[in-house]
Write a protein that binds this ligand. Structure first.
Ligand code: THG
Length: 258
């Protein structure tokens, strides 16, 4: 399971302020802490409604790269902000993300090829989020096909079924789990899958409990990566226990130690 930290995101008030003030120390301390807690990649997002998107992304990428060397997941829907991040990045990059909208794919897949990046394919288009596992798989297949037309092989992709808040769309959790299972049948070897885990608990009182329970279910369905908070200790022990139970981590009595 690839653990991608969700925390370098201007959506968090403190991070948004740090980006506004170009507070390198705050961002660097956070990035280091995330990696120390087990993040194997960092999702970097300058936050919504920003006029200085490209400049903020360039600064954010340079700032975190001074202290950590894990891959970055550049989280933006803006092509200019994305390109600023791609230009500034030294290490492996995951573009987060294209959707199934034609104009987004036509802009983002060439960038993906040019910068030799990996890319997350998010199951939504101009009509919104598909309402079933089948329609998510259909949309994932469409993005995979379109990527291949741009000479991007399926092994460069992460398919994201798009997790919705259980407080608002309770019927979607099961459909997302089914979609993760179906995605793996779309190619051989099975395509990788990713979710933005904390979406599921948005607007609820039991965020951590819902996050880790959903993650355990998704791991059982074969999920390969999650954007989540590695500082959530119970989430991290759930991941370790899941890996032991799926025979992906060697069992020993002290399996929580490493
Ligand atoms: N798929 C992909 N990328 C994504 C998502 C996804 N990126 C963004 C998001 N979803 C994953 N990251 C987060 C980050 C923060 C929160 C949820 C998901 C979150 N934040 C608090 C909130 O909104 O309540 C902020 C609280 C605060 O201000 O402290 O929940 O699905 N590919």
């Amino acid at each position: 399971m690839l653990i991608i930290s969700e925390r370098i995101n201007g959506l968090f008030t403190s991070v948004g302020k740090a980006i506004d003030h170009r507070d390198s120390k705050f961002i660097q301390d956070l990035a280091v802490r995330q990696v120390e807690h087990g993040a194997q990649a960092l999702d970097v997002n300058v936050g919504p409604g920003r006029e200085d998107g490209p400049a903020a992304m360039e600064w954010l990428v340079r700032t975190v790269q001074e202290v950590i060397s894990v891959p970055l997941s550049l989280d933006t829907s803006g092509p200019k902000t994305m390109e600023a991040g791609l230009k500034a990045a030294n290490n492996k990059v995951i573009m987060n993300s294209t959707t199934a909208e034609e104009k987004r794919m036509d802009r983002f897949f060439p960038l993906c090829k040019e910068y030799d990046a990996e890319i997350i394919c998010l199951c939504m288009d101009e009509r919104g989020v598909p309402n079933s596992a089948d329609s998510r798989a259909e949309m994932a297949m469409l993005m995979m096909t379109k990527a291949m037309e741009h000479d991007i092989m399926p092994d460069r992709l992460y398919l994201d079924p798009l997790v919705l808040p259980t407080s608002a769309a309770q019927d979607q959790g099961r459909k997302v789990i089914q979609a993760v299972q179906m995605f793996q049948t779309l190619n051989d070897p099975a395509p990788r899958t990713v979710v933005g885990l904390s979406n599921v608990s948005n607007g609820t009182k039991q965020r951590s409990l819902l996050n880790r329970t959903f993650l355990a279910m998704l791991m059982g369905a074969g999920l390969t990566a999650a954007i989540c908070d590695p500082e959530d200790a119970e989430l991290m022990t759930t991941i370790k226990a899941g890996q032991v139970l799926l025979n992906e981590r060697l069992y020993c009595d002290d399996f929580l130690r490493d």
